[in-house]
Design a protein around this ligand. Structure first.
Ligand SMILES: [Zn+2]
Length: 437
């Protein structure tokens, strides 16, 4: 029996333990601290578990002032001379918006056949557990690797605090490697790219007037009686051309840029749809001041996903600015009272892109092909994650993990499957054996 087969068999035989390990982590609510939760208890537990699984080098450290947001890192030293590999995952989860919509307690994992329900199963205590069991399988099967294997289990991901709290702090502490696999849910596909994200805000102002004068806002009046903008201006109505403009821009951009991995957003057929290059999502529409007034102000907040390896965000900001300006110039009132555009606002995430011919990607494709439950598929990640920060800080990183973003991640009744957990663990082990030589 080859060493790979031996390791795969070990993982099949120990799937019950792997599942119980993940459940024990899901049972500890680890809602991101920035959203009012506790990230420390689960990390204390994880560090202890790793030590009791005989991982020789385990460190828990926090860089926040209160010391309540620790990261946990485990290192499996190789014999020397081989390439190193890093598994990265976050242990924080998002809050439960509507607990009554869950069919059971989100923090008491329930298993129905192949599915295990619970907050943080797919996103992403499943991925972290699979990486740990893959490392344990290599260790227990007595396989010697030449390169080091590291695990980073971080906090602060769901609040985009990789730089301040999580992943980047692990790198700064010296926990780095030649290649990284972020264990986020990927449907067992290999994501080598993702899109970036920024937000912008457009405030369109009108002129408030008593609701009873609305007819004068709308229609011309008899001679001598004021009407139109002299009386009042409906800010919501003035905002509609911009709303339509952003919808059309979303389509135009999708047709203007194409990418083999990310897909071609506008193409019909889900097989070639991919991530879709662009979306311009109306996240918030706030407007109106009083029940009895014509609305004087509307604020539109949009989130833009874009392929940052194909187009610079500054170019997009400029196009949005020019479009808004041009549209405003076609309206007498808006020319005098130009809408206020702020781009970017709130948050910004960058995407990542590792070339398909990168040695790490090629090795990973081979490692996946050796696991019979998997098909080596290259695709793009549909969200933002710490792979962007790893790549930004010089560690080529891809995403591969059990679970799926479409299995109610961030929603009600999030789940993962036992099969995908075991398959991912096999791929991780296979990758260690191929890469760390
Ligand atoms: Zn995640």
């Amino acid at each position: 029996m080859s060493s790979k087969q031996k390791v795969f068999e070990y993982l099949d035989n120990n799937k019950g333990e792997l599942v119980e390990f993940m459940k024990s982590l899901v049972r500890i609510p680890s809602i991101n601290h920035t959203f009012g939760g506790d990230e420390k208890t689960v990390q204390d537990r994880l560090a202890n578990s790793l030590r009791s699984l005989d991982f020789a080098e385990v460190e828990q450290f926090a860089v926040d002032a209160e010391q309540v947001r620790p990261n946990v890192v485990a290192v499996m030293r190789g014999e020397g001379g081989g390439k190193s590999l890093l598994f990265n995952g976050h242990m924080d989860v998002v809050p439960i918006a509507e607990p009554q919509k869950w069919h059971s307690d989100p923090f008491e994992p329930t298993q129905e056949g192949n599915k295990i329900y619970g907050r943080g199963t797919s996103d992403m205590k499943g991925g972290v557990s699979a990486a740990i069991w893959a490392m344990k399988a290599i260790k227990d099967c007595g396989i010697s690797l030449r390169g080091d294997v590291l695990l980073q289990a971080v906090t602060g991901e769901e609040s985009n605090e990789a730089e301040e709290i999580g992943t980047v702090q692990c790198l700064k502490r010296g926990y780095t490697a030649d290649f990284a696999v972020v264990c986020e849910p990927s449907d067992l596909e290999l994501h080598t790219a993702s899109v970036g994200l920024f937000f912008f805000e457009l405030i369109v102002e009108g002129k408030a007037v008593h609701i009873s004068a609305r007819n004068q806002v709308l229609f011309p009046q008899p001679a001598g009686v004021p009407s139109g903008p002299e009386v009042g201006v409906d800010a919501f109505k003035k905002s509609l051309p911009f709303v339509n403009y952003f919808y059309s821009l979303e389509e135009q951009w999708n047709h203007r840029w194409r990418d083999a991995v990310l897909g071609a957003g506008g193409s019909p057929g889900h097989d070639v749809q991919g991530v879709g290059l662009f979306t311009i999502n109306p996240s918030f529409i706030d407007g109106g001041e009083y029940l009895g007034s014509v609305p004087a102000k509307v604020k539109l907040t949009y989130g833009v996903w874009y392929p940052d390896q194909l187009v610079k965000k500054e170019e997009l900001w400029e196009e949005i600015r020019r479009g808004v300006e041009a549209l405003a110039s076609t309206d007498d009132f808006l020319r005098k009272n130009p809408p206020k555009l702020t781009v970017p606002v709130l948050q910004e995430w960058q995407g990542f892109h590792v070339p398909a011919d990168h040695a790490g990607v090629r090795t990973m494709m081979g490692a996946i092909a050796d696991v019979k439950e998997c098909r080596a598929v290259l695709s793009g990640f549909r969200a933002v994650c710490d792979a962007a920060y790893l790549n930004k800080h010089g560690v080529p990183a891809v995403v591969f993990g059990p679970g799926s973003l479409s299995w109610s991640v961030h929603g009600e009744n999030e789940y993962i499957t036992v099969d995908s957990l075991v398959a991912a663990a096999k791929v991780y082990a296979s990758m260690m054996m191929d890469w760390c030589q």
